[in-house]
Design a protein around this ligand. Structure first.
Ligand SMILES: [Zn+2]
Length: 584
């Protein structure tokens, strides 16, 4: 963007900040001020930071700016070696798979090797072998109440292996609208419904073939995002001055390679024919119905057992380095201060255009563009990410500053500015696998991603904040958040629309809180939703609603404060999503 006026350099901002510590001595939400947020965001989302792409110098400037302020406010470092930074190692990995699935149909067995009848994700987790004797065929494997379709109604698939067919889903389902639900079917079965494995048609059998595979932009809770063909040292990659280029990686990850993950198997006709050989309906007929998008039955595959042999060796062929920023404020209670309320936001964005910026009529990206290009803004080659997630970045700064100034609660407060969210939740996935404080001592995580706008730019959204996931792991956390809002001078309108498990955008999986939720930590994701400038080159400071941003930051402060003063950790009753599109 073309920035009007001057951008305050961080050295200057640092001096101002140090002086204002005194003014904040009154503490509490009054210390969270709109003018602070505006000052910080005017730097974080300035052209000087070049769109804060992970691995760029621009994001390094953002890190230095945040670190400088934290030091000035007396917020303690909690990264590596007593510093504020935590090195995040992003691994490019090659897989040698010896995995297989053995199908036992009434005593007759056949083994299908990975690559021969079945495919497993390249990142399939640590070696293990297990047998499942309850196999459920779930038709299309899709719950889409908006389209009056539910394959799982009245069906319990917990601890079972789920099988589904029909890459395009049932007739009449709009492919664009339901893309994420169709692609997320394996994940839905294992993560929402508690299945221990999920089997669908192999990729190539259809467009929406295998969710959670490398083509799934939402990530599967695993994998660490799609492969990055343009990454330095990748296949044919530039930037490796001398010698041969690094070998191509099968996948990119920041997570431990030995963790166990429920297998998401892609299967071919040969596999399905044998699997259904004694079923009430033959595979041939089911396949024909699925291709015609006709209604599919669902039934248990009686007498069928599946043995999953997960066996892969991983070779790290590339390591890229970047940083999370981690800080803490110590609690006052001698016991409880050993536990933490964590707050997070991502400080990266998508960067700038190296090539010509042009625009498709659809607003889609073109070569050289890092995201969408807004009509009339073709000269703007920097994706400033003021809302995404500059808004969360500065909200987190305000929280750290305010808690450090006191009064301090009983528990300690942990603040993590995650890197690489846009590349597949890299920073948070890394932190969750390599935490700088023990994960079991984090009693809740509050994630902030895009809280500075009105959804779809609608004035009717001016008072609304969307809460995602708050009731899924701890009902108590959900209730504390509602109570905190109720006591604000001007409570916000809380919407749980995106918490609905059949949310078309699958927002619950799309930001950093999910990395913590996957470890069983109660979370709340705060967002004001998508808008026309989302991932466009016009997500600028001038469009931020600072009063709203301030009030949401105050709500997060009050929520965190209540959790931090609770004499017990919020109870993890794990009742799953209940607040949804019909609740407020
Ligand atoms: Zn984003």
């Amino acid at each position: 963007m073309r920035q009007c006026g001057t951008v305050q350099r961080w050295v200057g901002a640092f001096v101002v900040a140090a002086a204002s510590t005194v003014a904040a001595a009154t503490g509490g939400i009054g210390a969270i001020k709109s003018q602070d947020l505006k000052e910080w965001l005017s730097y974080i989302a300035s052209d000087e930071l070049q769109g804060r792409a992970t691995y760029s110098s621009g994001i390094g400037l953002a890190a230095a700016y945040i670190e400088g302020h934290l030091r000035g406010w007396g917020v303690k470092p909690a990264g590596d070696h007593g510093g504020y930074l935590q090195t995040v190692r992003v691994l490019g990995v090659k897989t040698t798979s010896r995995a297989s699935v053995t199908v036992d149909v009434a005593g007759e067995t056949r083994t299908f090797a990975d690559g021969d009848g079945i495919t497993l994700p390249k990142n399939m987790g640590g070696k293990r072998r297990f047998t499942v004797d309850r196999v459920e065929f779930a038709g299309y494997g899709l719950d889409a109440p908006g389209a009056s379709h539910s394959d799982y109604r009245g069906k319990d698939v917990k601890d079972a292996a789920v099988v589904w067919l029909g890459s395009s889903g049932p007739k009449g389902l709009d492919q664009a609208t339901y893309r994420r639900l169709l692609m997320g079917r394996n994940r839905y079965a294992t993560e929402q419904l508690g299945a221990v494995a999920s089997i669908g048609p192999a990729a190539g059998a259809g467009r929406a073939g295998r969710a959670g595979g490398p083509g799934d932009p939402t990530g599967s809770g695993r994998a660490g995002g799609p492969p990055e063909p343009s990454a330095p040292g990748g296949s044919g990659g530039a930037g490796f001055g001398r010698g041969a280029p690094l070998p191509a990686a099968d996948f990119t990850t920041v997570q431990r390679l030995d963790a166990t993950v429920p297998p998401n198997v892609g299967a071919t006709d040969a596999f399905f024919e044998f699997l259904f050989s004694r079923a009430p309906e033959a595979y041939e007929a089911l396949k024909r119905k699925a291709a015609a998008q006709e209604p599919l039955p669902s039934f248990r595959l009686e007498g069928v057992k599946l043995t999953f042999n997960i066996d892969a060796d991983y070779q790290v062929v590339r390591t890229q380095l970047t940083h999370n920023i981690v800080a803490m404020v110590e609690g006052t209670d001698p016991q409880l201060k050993n536990t933490f309320v964590a707050f997070g936001a991502h400080y990266d964005h998508v960067g700038y255009a190296e090539g010509e910026v042009t625009r498709e009529d659809t607003g889609a990206r073109r070569a050289g563009a890092r995201g969408r290009v807004t009509r009339g803004a073709e000269d703007d080659r920097i994706w400033n990410g003021a809302d995404d997630d500059g808004s969360g970045t500065v909200a987190l700064m305000a929280l750290a500053k305010t808690f450090a100034a006191g009064p301090r609660p009983k528990r300690s407060l942990l603040f993590v500015w995650h890197v690489g969210e846009e590349n597949g939740l890299l920073g948070s996935r890394y932190y969750a696998d390599y935490p700088t404080v023990p994960m079991e001592r984090i009693v809740a995580q509050l994630n902030i991603d895009m809280i500075g706008r009105n959804r779809d730019d609608k004035a009717s959204e001016a008072n609304t904040v969307y809460l995602v996931g708050s009731d899924r792991i701890s009902t108590e956390l959900h209730n504390l958040n509602r109570a905190a809002n109720g006591e604000l001078p001007k409570p916000l309108t809380l919407s749980y629309e995106f918490n609905d498990p059949t949310d078309l955008e699958q927002v619950y999986y799309r930001s950093d809180h999910y990395s913590y939720a996957a470890k069983g930590i109660p979370i709340i994701f705060f967002t004001t939703g998508l808008h026309p400038d989302y991932h466009a080159n016009t997500d600028d400071v001038s469009k931020i609603e600072f009063d709203k941003l301030t009030r949401i930051t105050q709500l997060i402060y009050e929520t965190g404060l209540r959790v931090a003063n609770l004499d017990h950790a919020p109870v993890r009753d794990k009742l799953g999503p209940r607040a949804g599109r019909l609740t407020q």
